[in-house]
Design a binder for this molecule. Sequence first.
Ligand SMILES: NC(=O)c1ccc[n+]([C@@H]2O[C@H](COP(=O)([O-])OP(=O)(O)OC[C@H]3O[C@@H](n4cnc5c(N)ncnc54)[C@H](OP(=O)(O)O)[C@@H]3O)[C@@H](O)[C@H]2O)c1
Length: 253
Amino acid sequence: MVSVNVTSRLLILGGTSEARSLAERLDGRAGCDVVSSLAGRVASPLMPVGQVRVGGFGGASGLASWIDAHGIRAVIDATHPFAAQISRNAAAAAAASHVPLLALRRRAWVPSEGDRWHEVTSLEDAALILPELGCRHFLTVGRQGVSAFADVAGAWFLVRAVDPPAGRTPRQMELLLDRGPYSRDAELALMRDRKIDTLITKNSGGDGTAAKLIGARELDLPVVMVRRPATPAGVPEVADVSGAAEWVDAQIR
Ligand SMILES: NC(=O)c1ccc[n+]([C@@H]2O[C@H](COP(=O)([O-])OP(=O)(O)OC[C@H]3O[C@@H](n4cnc5c(N)ncnc54)[C@H](OP(=O)(O)O)[C@@H]3O)[C@@H](O)[C@H]2O)c1
């Protein structure tokens, strides 16, 4: 009898803690050869275990060519819920290359009793409503989003990001370079110390950065919550790493 070892190459589009956990879960699994992809935006990214490639593919067609050239059998889009372009590219490329695609997307946060959320659909809309809510803002929308707040008049910002913002920034601001996870106690202390009266965040979801929402609730602060962008239609979705690992098992079986 001849036994044949068939190894499936999988591509994880990453840049999130879920993508790293999935790479770790699949690392060394029989029949599985995993490559993680990072955009290369963060100066010192947290690296997934296993093979990693860094940098853009050159749009949907570039990604499709990469999938074909590297014999990828399935793609898991485990990018951040606000990384809408790469998710659209993944959907188009997977269709063009005839490979299955799964979206691993953590659940969105939902308001709890006592929360004072103002939901908006863009960073620009968030900036517009700030003057009616307060003047000392805790801005946690990622470094790429800071420029949308550069023209808010008469306001002070505590900007927290992993790397310094690119582009224009508010005139009055303090920059705090930090990376989660954060605890409730630390978030409360930070917001109290800086006399924060408004929190601005994208609805990223997940546990790692949710403590700021608890802090805002306990301090009775308004939260400007930017809604998630639409996800590509027809792409199956799971909310956790176990669900993604089960999907992978089904693909390589
Ligand atoms: N947006 C956020 O709030 C946020 C937060 C935390 C982490 N991240 C992570 O940061 C990365 C960039 O996010 P973004 O919002 O700038 O993305 P995006 O706007 O959706 O994508 C812009 C371009 O960046 C490249 N790209 C994005 N993710 C990539 C990946 N995993 N591997 C290779 N190329 C990638 C692609 O370039 P080409 O067209 O050249 O292929 C894509 O067209 C993602 O990996 C995401 O998971 C984003």
